[in-house]
Design a binder for this molecule. Sequence first.
Ligand code: SF4
Ligand code: SF4
Length: 454
Amino acid sequence: MALLSSLFQSGSSKTFAHGIYPVEHKELTADKPVRRLPFAPELIIPLAQHKGAPAVPLVRPGQEVVRGEPIARAEGFVSVPMHAPATGVIRSIEQAPTAEGPKAEALVLRVYEAASQQVLYGAECDPLALAPEAIVRAVQEAGLVGLGGAAFPSHVKLVAPKGRVIETLLVNGCECEPYLTCDHRIMLEQHTTLMRGIHIALHATGARRAIIGVEDNKLDALRHLRAHLPSDGRISAEAVRSKYPQGAEKMLIKALLGREVPVGGLPADIGVAVYNVGTLAQMGELLPKGQGLIERVVTVSGPGVERPGNFLVPIGTPVRFLLDQVGLKETAGEVILGGPMMGMAVASLDVPVTKAVSGVVVLEREDQDLAARHIYPCIKCGDCLRACPVSLNPSLLGELAAARQYQTMAAEHHLDQCFECGCCAYVCPSNIPLTQYFRIAKAINRDIQRRKEH
Ligand code: SF4
Ligand code: SF4
């Protein structure tokens, strides 16, 4: 008990300004250990499931592949390869539905039911004996991306931009989105691979130290990690306040280091690299085996799910198959990939789980009715200003969006600083879908910019 209260006192004050406290709903799955599910009969593997250039197929329809074998290569430095998530045969390369909406090119893999699905592909190595550049190459070859949802190629962040030095590695164990508990379970169940992954990232970046930031609603995970910290003293674990969006890179840096990333800059500009716990656990798991990323932990939860839990899911598993395994209630409504704050509602259950999908949340139909509430005029209450973690004026931006002044929003009111966290829309008593407005405004501005350049 004494330990518990000291953790609260020492850690819970660490946070950033503004933000919100949404209902967490984590009790549905927080105590559910990660379980492997059966393989779906077919896996859909989009070639563009990471930031950067899409991967290029190395296989053709009709070709047999074994689990773990590379099936698409990276196209350039900011790109990653894909590996076969199961043993089977490539049925086709076709346009398949994606969570983002438009169809995109994907490899469709028919899974051999009778195959053992043991991963035999890969050559063992000691990553800590490699030169930093070789680790960067190995991380790219493993197809690793940010598993917290960003899907940014992990090897890119291991290389400091010219003139910069990475001094501190921040390990993100916040998991601030409601419902999601996959990172919580990873911290509890995979501390060995997590610590190994942190050491590999420290070695590759040359950073002096790593700090694992854990929200204080997961003190069991914090205690567990502290009990398993390596003796070299380079890794520590600290509590941060459970507040949304504490897991956003800039907010975590503010909370743990008290430093600000310059406007328009990157964490590397202040000597910091931020990695999600799941990403580093995979780095620690895959690199010593010379294997690629073929599965990830996904939380399937929400009031519309019969048997919520945390599952080890092969990349490419259709959401429909996943939901069949956990059962849907009659009242099930909208299905969201990711968390309810920053995730994406999907129009089709045929979309696959990609490397970016940390959760599948199923709401109830009545939640949707609430979401579709009547929109009232802004009453200038200022709640959205108090919620915005990057100190924008969402009320003013909302008015400009309604007046279609999209370019003014960007040029004069820092629209580009909005990372669509959803805090402003969450607190707005007038139900103004501010985040949605800002997403549209940014898309239109991007389109205008593209047309100018061509
Ligand atoms: S969605 Fe954008 S404007 Fe709204 S609170 Fe988040 S960062 Fe601020
Ligand atoms: S929270 Fe909504 S009603 Fe209040 S100032 Fe912001 S936009 Fe206006």
